[in-house]
Design a protein around this ligand. Structure first.
Ligand code: AMP
Length: 597
């Protein structure tokens, strides 16, 4: 008998999840479903993402809710739009063969009227991110008086993102008598406090050891010199021929710089960070999901809730500021029973942080060596030969060309032909890795820090004109600015003359520009609290930011720029006001201090 039937799940649902490939319950499902199916207890489940949490609470909800009624009976709160959509979609899939099940996904950054319409039509399960949920509650557009079950999914993430107050406000709209089920990957004291405040004697369940990462993840670290990081990273990528990875950086600028450098060096990469509009984010995510992107370069905040299966590597290009975040990062790989690698590039001084992470995840890291050029060449060559070996041959289409192909090769032996094919790529690698040094930190000490001769992708030193400071602004050619427009905008905003502005280096979603040292403060003050097309405009000193250094800028006390009127520029509107929280990212960017991400 199907083990899900043993757990009391109805046939229709078992049929649907069998189609989804669920053969037996995952450990969290096995433990949580019997408890939750009774509908009698509050519940705290400590489990990573990717362990099958959604079905652990979703399947019991489908058994407990009265679907003949059309009012909300369950509310699932989760931190991000991606997760919200995923949960709603999964619930609908489990209920594929049930009648009258209505689930609505309520999240920011999308048209609210569609969501309101669905709610009006009648729903039993509301899956929501906190910001948009409060908005809808504020419009008195939903009645939670019949809610019997509240699920707080990824509770630690919601608190990390500053949703504590929103959660309190939302829960105060639900009846006193209800069951609350909380899921969290970690159990910091803030999450504990929620459990204490909102639950009575919750049943607690831990999958794996407390705060322990997924068993299927291998944790590796490489010790390198800070300035070799990029080259070392590329070596690892080149060596891992089937990589499908997420690369974590600490700041938006770092994600952009690395994605740009990778694209320039011929890799298939793009960045995901908080400055992108929802539409841009969706586009990047679609490409990643479709695997047209091989490397997704992301900040912690932007990557929250990313739910893509088969990620082979999580790469910590920079370790997270908060060691707790390491668990969230590494949990993006080894989902649904697969294996994965979470690797970190660190300098000698950061080894202590690795030890702290080991304590948190309860697992040891393995120290690895950056592959040598010869190893990479061998690996790439074999991968290529493998590809040739396994290529699908379209007999029909190639046949007409075969006689002339054969003729052109007739003077060559089989060995010669193979050698030539291999050399096509081999010569490129040889060229590419010519004089490539050993990048491991200890070797670099030994060889006296010889330069990175030959290896491609050496970072170009940027020369800044004397007496000028190089600044970053998060507007670029995608905003349909020309260099002249940008000059005008800077001069207008800072009230300085064009002579004060030096080189302007326009990029896709951002621009570097030079300003005379004496006018830097004017620029910061001028752009303080401004927005362009609903996006908060951000100006930073470029070098400082990319090193994760402190942010500079006029005063941060929410001053409005003087004369703050609207300006139109090529159809885009520049607002000299502080951004309202209703627009894009309102949910995600509560506090200015997070805007680096
Ligand atoms: P979740 O932790 O709910 O995001 O689930 C992670 C992935 O595991 C999703 O792709 C699910 O469809 C899949 N999954 C969940 N439960 C099972 C199961 N019992 N058997 C196989 N796959 C599952």
């Amino acid at each position: 008998m199907n083990p899900f039937l043993d757990l009391g799940i109805r046939h229709e649902v078992v049929n649907a999840i069998t189609e989804m490939g669920f053969e037996k319950p995952s450990p969290i499902q096995e433990k949580a479903i019997p408890v939750l199916m009774t509908g009698n207890d509050d519940f705290v489940g400590l489990a990573q993402t990717g362990t099958g949490k959604t079905a652990a609470f979703g399947l019991p909800l489908l058994e407990l809710i009265d679907f003949t009624q059309k009012h909300p009976q369950a509310l699932v709160l989760c931190p991000t739009r991606e997760l919200c959509l995923q949960i709603a979609k999964d619930l609908e899939k489990y209920a594929k063969y049930m009648d009258d099940v209505h689930v609505v996904a309520v999240y920011g950054g999308a048209n609210i009227s569609d969501q309101l319409r669905q709610i009006r039509r009648g729903v039993q399960i509301v899956v929501a991110t906190p910001g948009r949920m409060l908005d809808i509650i504020g419009r008195k557009a939903i009645d939670f008086s019949n809610v019997k079950y509240v699920v707080l999914d990824e509770a630690d993430e919601m608190l990390n993102m500053g949703f504590q107050e929103d959660i309190n406000n939302i829960l105060s709209e639900t009846p006193e008598i209800k069951k609350t089920w909380l899921f969290s990957a970690t159990m910091p004291k803030e999450v504990r406090r929620i459990a204490q405040n909102y639950m009575t004697n919750p049943q607690e369940l831990t999958v794996g050891t407390k705060n322990t990462g997924n068993e299927n993840i291998e944790h590796h670290y490489y010790v390198i010199k800070a300035r070799d990081k990029y080259a070392a990273f590329k070596r690892i990528v080149d060596y891992s021929t089937d990589i499908f990875g997420i690369v974590f950086c600490r700041t938006k600028i770092e994600t952009q710089e690395i994605a740009e450098a990778l694209v320039r060096d011929g890799y298939n990469a793009d960045s995901l960070h908080g400055d992108l509009s929802q539409q841009q984010r969706d586009k990047v995510m679609k490409r990643y999901r479709d695997r047209s992107l091989q490397l997704l370069i992301a900040t912690d905040v932007a990557a929250r809730g990313i739910d893509v299966n088969d990620v082979t590597h999580v790469i910590n290009f920079s370790l997270p500021d908060e060691v707790e975040n390491y668990t969230h990062r590494s949990g993006r790989t080894a989902r649904a029973g697969k294996t994965g690698i979470s690797l970190s590039l660190v300098n000698v001084k950061e080894i202590g942080k690795i030890r702290r992470i080991e304590k948190i995840i309860g697992k040891q890291f393995e120290k690895k060596q950056i592959p040598q050029a010869t190893e990479v060449i061998e690996k790439q060559l074999l991968a290529m030969m493998n590809k040739i070996h396994n290529v699908e041959i379209n007999e029909e289409k190639i046949t007409p060309y075969l006689p002339s192909i054969m003729e052109s090769m007739q003077d060559l032996s089989k060995e010669d032909i193979i050698k030539r094919f291999a050399s096509l790529e081999f010569n490129r690698f040889l060229d590419y890795y010519q004089n490539a040094p050993d990048l491991n930190a200890d070797a670099r000490e030994r060889d006296g820090d010889r330069g990175e001769r030959g290896e491609r992708g050496e970072r170009r030193e940027r020369s800044v004109s004397k007496g000028f400071t190089r600044l970053f602004i998060n507007l670029g050619s995608v905003d349909e600015f020309s260099r002249g427009d940008m000059l005008g905008l800077i001069c207008d905003a800072a009230n300085i003359s064009g002579k004060s502005v030096g080189k302007i280096d326009m990029k896709g979603v951002f621009t570097f520009f030079e300003v005379q040292d004496a006018d830097v403060k004017k620029v910061f003050d001028g752009f303080q609290g401004t927005e362009y097309n609903g996006r908060a405009v951000r100006v930073e000193v470029s070098g400082e930011e990319s090193r994760g250094g402190a942010r500079r800028g006029g005063d941060s006390g929410g001053r409005r720029r003087s004369g703050g009127g609207d300006r139109d520029r090529k159809g885009g509107s520049f607002r000299g006001d502080r951004r309202s929280s209703g627009g894009f990212g309102g949910e995600r960017r509560r506090s200015a201090s997070r805007s680096k991400y």
